[in-house]
Write a protein that binds this ligand. Structure first.
Ligand code: ADE
Ligand code: ZN
Length: 346
């Protein structure tokens, strides 16, 4: 068992979270409350019943549980509450900077206006920045199982809100949906000055080819999950050469595959690749960013110095200007220096 002092240190150390789906942060309590005020009928009437419905064993079965929950979200206030709640919980676990995925198609396909959804997120980001100092950016993800035409239509819809987005991504069910299908929309995003990242989920069919396409054809700046890269020396060398960061999610991995891929994550760090340990969809996978640090530290027998290296690495993987990156790295150093009783675990 992990030393409780080290677990608390891992939870609280300043960190950047770079892989969290805002749509996937709907806690059961909030689902009940928003459904009640919007008059949306639910099959469940208690948080226990909702949690009991969270049964899945891979990516498609997880998405089949998560997507129907979106039906409760309708008003700008709903999107504000969702994002505000996440930012407050993340901040309590040391998150100082977050780059948040949002999936517009989960909402626009139900008749919610793009502006209603992103307006709520934006207001929450400004409000929590004011309240706690947390910095948050938005990454618009395309649902790969809805194809390129829907992605291009979503790209057009997002035009009035481009200044509120730092990048674009690609998520949802990967089977039979390789990155190369989305070259056109990613090239438009790059031309518009946005950063690009792509999910290469764990242990997927053709995963090495998908990672190659993301790196070579889509020219990504980062890869989400993608830990299978350690199995292919040439791909790993290419990622290292390009300075590509990886966003990794230990708790999520242990739900959608057989393991949390702890050895692969540690191998990436050892290779000097920037890595952000993140939560993915926290209510479903049982923890926020700090919990993911603690569970990984426990699994690999990490020391405080290792945890501090993970936190530094998360800011190196972030899309931050150099001066802000340096300031966050200095915050990590200060936190380590001043943490009470940390000498007992180093
Ligand atoms: N949507 C929410 N979480 C996801 C994940 N880990 N992979 C793909 N799509 C997702
Ligand atoms: Zn994800």
């Amino acid at each position: 068992m992990i030393d409780p002092t080290l677990a608390e240190f891992a939870r609280r150390i300043p960190k950047a979270e770079l892989h969290v789906h805002i749509d996937g942060t709907l806690e059961p309590e909030m689902k009940l409350e928003i459904a009640r005020r919007n008059g949306v009928p639910l099959a469940e009437s208690t948080t226990e019943e909702i949690r009991a419905s969270y049964v899945f064993h891979d990516l498609p079965t997880f998405l089949a549980v998560h997507y129907p929950n979106m039906a409760v979200l309708r008003t700008e206030q709903d999107y504000f509450d969702l994002c505000q709640g996440y930012l407050a919980r993340a901040h309590a676990q040391g998150v100082r900077h977050v780059e948040i995925f949002f999936d517009p198609q989960l909402h626009t396909s139900r008749g919610v206006a793009f502006g209603t959804m992103i307006g709520g997120y934006r207001r929450a980001i400004l409000s929590e920045r004011e309240r706690t100092g947390i910095s948050a950016e938005l990454i618009m993800c395309f649902l790969r199982d809805r194809g390129i035409d829907d992605a291009l239509a979503t790209w057009e819809q997002s035009e009035p809100y481009r200044d509120w987005m730092i990048g674009v991504g690609l998520d949802s069910d990967e089977k039979d949906h390789p990155p190369v299908e989305f070259v056109e929309v990613f090239s438009r995003a790059r031309q518009a000055g946005l950063r690009v990242t792509v999910h290469c989920d764990i242990d997927q069919e053709n995963t090495h080819e998908h990672i190659r396409q993301a790196l070579v054809e889509l020219q990504v700046d980062r890869i989400d999950h993608g830990t299978n890269v350690v199995e292919d020396a040439a791909l790993l060398a290419l990622a290292r050469e390009r300075g590509i960061g990886f966003t990794v999610c230990p708790l999520s991995n242990s739900f959608v595959t057989a393991t949390m891929k702890a050895d692969e994550i540690v191998a990436l760090v050892r290779e000097g690749i920037p890595v952000s340990i993140s939560s993915d969809d926290p209510p479903y996978f049982g923890g926020y960013a700090g919990d993911n640090y603690a569970v990984l530290a426990d699994r690999v027998g990490a020391q405080a110095a290792d945890v501090a290296a993970w936190a530094r690495s998360s800011f190196r993987a972030a899309w931050l200007p150099p001066d802000r990156r340096e300031a966050y790295l200095a915050d990590v150093d200060r936190f380590v220096r001043e943490y009470p009783a940390i000498s007992s675990v180093t």
